[in-house]
Each structure stands twice: as C-alpha cells, then as structure tokens.
Design a binder for this molecule. Sequence first.
Ligand code: PMP
Length: 365
Amino acid sequence: MVVKMKTEKQIKEWEKRVRRVVPYTPGEQPRRQDVIKLNTNECPYPPSPLVERLAAEFRAETLRLYPDPDASELVQGIAGYLGVDEEQVFVGVGSDDVLAMAFLTFFNSPKPILFPDITYSFYDVWADLFRIPYRRPKLDGAFRLVKEDYLKENGGIVIANPNAPTGTEEAPELIEEIVARNQDSMVIIDEAYVDFGARSALPLVKRYENVLVVQTFSKSRAMAGMRVGFAVGSRKAIGYLKDVKFSFNSYTLNAPSIAWGAASLRDEAYFRETVGRIVATRERTKGELARLGFAFPDPRTNFIFASHKTIPARELFCALKEEGIYVRYFDRPRIDDYLRITIGTDEQMDRVISFLDGYIKKRGM
Ligand code: PMP
C-alpha cells in the first residue's frame, strides 16, 4: 500500500486544535554540586528543625492513603498564624499553582487584565494559556508602578509586591487605593518576598472582597522543594477558588507537604532568625556591591537587582557562571543590563564579592 506522506510543513488537523503556549522558563537547576546557586531565590538555610524531625520520622507506609483534600492541618496553621478565618485560606502546590488557579477563577472578562511590563514572567504565560487578554503598563524609570495606569477599565489586576525581579516595594497606601478604586475587579497581590522586610496587603482582606493576597513557603520558610503556597481573601473569593480547584484536582498537596508545612509554622523563632540572617547579609552585600560600582533599586527581597556602571550584565553573568556562581540574567528590554543575585550565606556572598572585585580590577587594566 502506498501511503501519501504529507510534507513536514503541513499542520495536521489535530495540531490546529492544540492549546499552544510558550512556556515559562524557570532558573537553571544545575546538576553540579559545587555551584554557588544564587539564581532562583531559594533560601540558603535549611527548613525548621521541626520539619527535619518529621522528615526523619516519615513512614512510606502512610503514602497508601490519599492526602486530606482540604489540607486542614495546614489551612488551620496558616489561619491561626495570620489571625484570619480558615474559610479565608486557600492552599496550593507552591504559589505558582495558587496564582494559576486564581487567574483561571477570577480573570474571565473580555477586558484586559493589567500587570507591569517588568514583573514575574509567569503572569503573561498563564494569561496566554487561559486566553485572558492583558495589557502591561510600563513601570517608571525607577521601576515603580504608575498608579494612574491601574485606575483604567480592566478585567483584573496582578501586582507582585515586592516586585520581581526588581526587588522594589510599593507603599500599602498605593496598593489600597488600587484595590479600593477597582471594586469591580479582582486584584491579586503576589507577596512571594514580603517576609524580607516589606509591608503586607493582608489587612486589606478584612475590608475588601476583591483582593487576594498570595504568599509562599518557598523563600522565607526554605521549603521550595515541598511546593507549598497559599492565598488569603474574602470567604466568598476563597469559596470560588476552591470550587475551581475541586473541579480540577482534589488532592493537590501531598501528605508530607501538609504536615511539614504546618510544622514550619509552629517554629516562629526559627523563621524570624532565618529571615533576620538573610536580611543582614543582604544589607552587607548592598554596601559591597555599591563599592564595586553597582547600582540597584532598594531591595525588600532575598535578592538584589543590580547593574554595573561600566561592565555589561551579560558579560558578568557569563564570567560568574564560568566561576561556578549562578545568578539570573533576563535578556529582555529595559532589564538586560541587570543581574538578579539571590542572597546566599555570608560565605557565599563573600565569594561573589571577591570574584567580582578581582574581575572588575583585572578588566579595568
Ligand atoms: N511569585 C513570584 C514573584 C516569584 O518570584 C515566584 C518564584 N519563582 C513565585 C511567585 C512562585 O513561587 P513558588 O511557586 O515556589 O511559591
């Protein structure tokens, strides 16, 4: 039998129906062990010893059973910790999962949603995936929000505060004004980095139904590998979010994530100590980077977004990588001369600074 082959170029009928999307590119996870990994804003310290203990006592036999679909232990822990009602808390597989669910639930209008031109680069990917129209108003020259851009008709708003990758924080008053003047839209505040010295929008949840505050255990609680994130909002908003989640996958969080996440919340002293150490290292690193000729917006995050006065960021990124120091570089308009450097331990940051010092001196000759 002779089968007529279609040329490679011809798109088949089934392919035309594919929900195509250009995926988000996460930071590289190198296989090499000897790397100083400062490219994905992970915590350089381990999770609480309470988590360590539960992990050591973990019995694989318990995996026979499905986890609690409501993740009650974790939800109760978060509600108690933040002083909100359990019905105001939604948990997910990292805040990426929570944000994706929130996009799917709340952004369902022909009007465009709004988020800045420079922000977390997953927002446009979810919008594309879910076919949500969007507009990206420009941050100003200091990478700050232009409030008026968010007082125009829209189908929803997403603001990372502090912003990524810039590290800048917007004042709570500005966030409140945007929420208050957009009561026909859901406003999502992504607070992945809030624990490193920024002010949270959580108080707004008591006063406005249209705000959702999203946080994560990945950075300040050193549990990126567990994938635990959550949202706090009005009972009504959280109810809608749960309806979508339970129409998608009942068992999002696995049993260890629920139990170990809850354990992390019980160790407030360790949490404060860890965050305090990272903030102290950041403040010291800021001074060193400034001395070497770097400029950066004031960071309220566990990273610094820095640009050198003479040496292109791409060159520094490659030189650092060669040295086994991984930082993040975004080859995008307006930010292609910046490096996003995660705050590691004091020893790691000393290595970074001494390498940069030597490199800049050598190049200057
Ligand atoms: N929001 C922002 C602004 C982030 O930088 C990240 C980390 N990539 C996330 C959300 C998602 O973090 P996770 O899914 O680990 O909670």
